[in-house]
Design a protein. Structure first.
Length: 156
């Protein structure tokens, strides 16, 4: 919970929120950070981590385990504070989480849903061994604009 202030400060950025679901709001408040931390610490089987740089929580990465017939799949999501972009931090973070998940859980497929205009995220996933699996046409409405969603996956 002591990470909440730092997370809220770095998350409060329209350039980040524009690439994420509306559940990651802009403005992003201390209350939003605390809600996310409560979920992360909530004892479910999802794996949610803050990304720490120089002893500060400056981003987040998480895996949501799917259920029912999808229970061998997990969805990955992530964001990083803008001052830390382009330093390879998310490449390292995703590689860590994928390796950890395939080594220590029953998950065999990790996937991400990327808005079609998010070149940065597509590049990071490709660097981490994810392949473009499918395009969900007109699946998203973000800021009033209809967009395709690109599904990238990494198989064990
Ligand atoms: C996507 C994001 C996590 C990338 O984090 P990062 O730590 O800067 O990424 P890395 O430094 O590991 O970069 C990996 C590659 O992506 C490229 N890249 C990063 N940001 C880029 C951008 N804005 N435009 C084009 N390429 C970009 C890097 O150059 C690097 O490729 P290279 O090695 O060929 O040069 C970060 O930009 C972010 O938080 N964006 C907003 C939230 C978001 O989009 N989340 C994902 C939703 S699916």
């Amino acid at each position: 919970m002591s990470d909440a202030n730092s997370l809220a400060m770095y998350a409060n950025n329209r350039k980040i929120a524009d690439n994420l679901r509306d559940e990651f709001p802009y403005p992003y408040t201390l209350h939003d950070a605390r809600t996310w931390l409560e979920f992360a610490l909530g004892g479910n089987q999802n794996l949610l981590f803050a990304i720490e740089v120089d002893s500060k929580a400056v981003g987040g990465i998480g895996l949501i385990h799917k259920t029912d017939v999808y229970r061998k799949s997990a969805e990955i999501g992530y964001w990083l504070g803008e001052p830390y972009w382009y330093k390879g931090i998310m490449t390292e973070s995703i590689n860590f989480l994928v390796k950890h998940t395939f080594a220590h859980t029953e998950i065999i497929r990790i996937y991400a849903g990327v808005f079609e205009n998010n070149i940065a995220s597509a590049r990071v996933l490709t660097k981490c061994g994810f392949k473009l699996e499918s395009v969900h046409h007109q699946a998203i409405i973000k800021n009033g604009k209809i967009m395709n969603e690109l599904i990238y996956s990494n198989l064990k």
